[in-house]
Design a protein around this ligand. Structure first.
Ligand SMILES: Cc1cc2nc3c(=O)[nH]c(=O)nc-3n(C[C@H](O)[C@H](O)[C@H](O)COP(=O)(O)OP(=O)(O)OC[C@H]3O[C@@H](n4cnc5c(N)ncnc54)[C@H](O)[C@@H]3O)c2cc1C
Length: 380
């Protein structure tokens, strides 16, 4: 039976980055992926500068379009805000080629890849984990579960569901050249185009990625809101459209991110941003942190679990907490939000952009600062 230091389940950004980091430190790494690469992944494909700039290699070859301007519209209001930066705020990628490039980089560092191989079971043993896969048994000292929002690995390892999963619908559409020219100049977000959510228009090389998501767990017919969004964008004719729906976990697990020798990263852990549902950059970051924790801690799974928790607490977990509060104000308290927007709308848009750029930290003590500005404010 083949034995590895680390088996990584899933070749999305979390898994590929974990494999890259561990293999670069001379660990024996196996990447297990149930699909054949390159595989389509439902995603708007907007990689914010904060995530892109941390990558240790260039991804230029997979970038469909660089967006240096974002626009934020509010439903029912003629006002909109926009922000520009010299460097690209959002780099647009298609996830099949982007994820494949990350896997190639991990393989160049020595990681092995098993494609079309599904993890079906796992048994934690004293010194490692025995994996049952569609291609037979594999032994590894540690497992990094980077298998996305559904994360079968987390279920197999005994995690109960505690993340908040929200629905999102995405369409890859081609439109006529005039509409494409008009809509591909900026990246556009339309807040409240969906109750408790937003719609987006992301330009790719030759097509648009349009989507709708609700940041609240609710029964909702997203297709209707998508149809309304097409009208809002004044797209009267679609030359082609393919629809893809999936879930995004926008609240981290409440029961920890490691169990014995199994570690969770990316969507499996619930690390997408609660305000924007942007998940690629935190997937990349948490994959890297999980690998670092295992590299630093050697054979001791207890030390590895503690190290991973400490690394996550350095930045990521507190950012998610602040972002969750921002999301609550933004989507669940529209009258308060509208007041804030009237007064600080452009500043808010600049702050969002700086957060995307990684040029500003998430605000500290947000609750307290808001209470000072709005004394009547009550938090749930
Ligand atoms: C509609 C939509 C739009 C989005 N738009 C954006 C966006 O524009 N920007 C952004 O930053 N984020 C966006 N996100 C979120 C982003 O897609 C995720 O947060 C990100 O992909 C998480 O990466 P990951 O590596 O954790 O998991 P994933 O990218 O989901 O990768 C998981 C991998 O695991 C594999 N796998 C699953 N089960 C098994 C198994 N049993 N055995 C082996 N392999 C398995 C899967 O095939 C997959 O390749 C969007 C999400 C949705 C649903």
């Amino acid at each position: 039976m083949n034995a590895y230091d680390i088996a990584v389940i899933g070749t999305g950004p979390a898994g590929a980055m974990a494999a890259y980091t561990a293999a670069a430190a001379n660990k024996r790494v196996l990447l297990i992926e149930k699909e054949q690469l390159p595989r389509y992944k439902t995603c708007g494909g907007g990689l914010v500068f904060r995530g892109k700039s941390r990558l240790p290699f260039s991804i230029e070859a997979t970038i469909e379009k660089e967006c240096r301007e974002i626009e934020v519209y509010f439903e029912g209001s003629k006002r909109y805000f926009s922000a520009r930066r010299e460097e690209p705020i959002i780099s647009m990628v298609m996830r099949d080629s982007f994820d494949s490039l990350l896997v190639t980089k991990a393989r160049e560092k020595g990681a092995e890849l098993l494609e079309q191989c599904t993890l079906q079971g796992l048994t934690q043993e004293e010194n490692g984990v025995l994996l049952q896969t569609s291609m037979g048994e594999i032994k590894a000292t540690y497992v990094i579960a980077a298998d996305g929002a559904l994360s079968p690995t987390a279920k197999l390892a005994g995690w109960e569901e505690s993340r908040k999963l929200i629905p999102a619908l995405e369409y890859e559409v081609t439109v006529n050249p005039e509409d494409f020219e008009r809509l591909s100049r900026t990246t556009r977000f339309d807040v409240d185009a969906v109750p408790y959510g937003y719609a987006w228009c992301f330009p790719k090389k030759n097509h648009l990625s349009l989507g709708v998501c609700s940041l609240k767990k609710q029964k909702i017919n997203l297709k209707e809101y998508y149809q309304a969004y097409l009208k809002k964008l004044q797209i009267n004719e679609l030359l082609s459209a393919s629809a893809h729906g999936f879930q995004i976990p926008i609240a981290p697990r409440t029961t920890g991110f490691s169990k014995g020798r199994v570690f969770l990263a990316g969507d499996a852990a619930g690390f997408a941003d609660p305000l924007t549902a942007e998940g690629i950059s935190n997937a990349l970051y948490s994959g890297e942190l999980a690998a670092k924790a295992l590299i630093e801690s050697g054979e001791s799974s207890v030390a590895a679990g503690q190290t991973y928790q400490a690394l996550l607490e350095e930045r990521l977990l507190s950012e998610l907490k602040t972002s969750s509060l921002m999301a609550w104000i933004f989507y669940a308290q529209p009258s308060m939000r509208n007041l804030l927007i009237q007064k600080y709308g452009q500043r808010g848009c600049e702050l969002l952009t700086d957060l995307f750029m990684g040029k500003k930290a998430f605000p500290d003590n947000l609750k307290q600062r808001l209470r000072e500005k709005i004394p009547l404010l009550r938090f749930s």
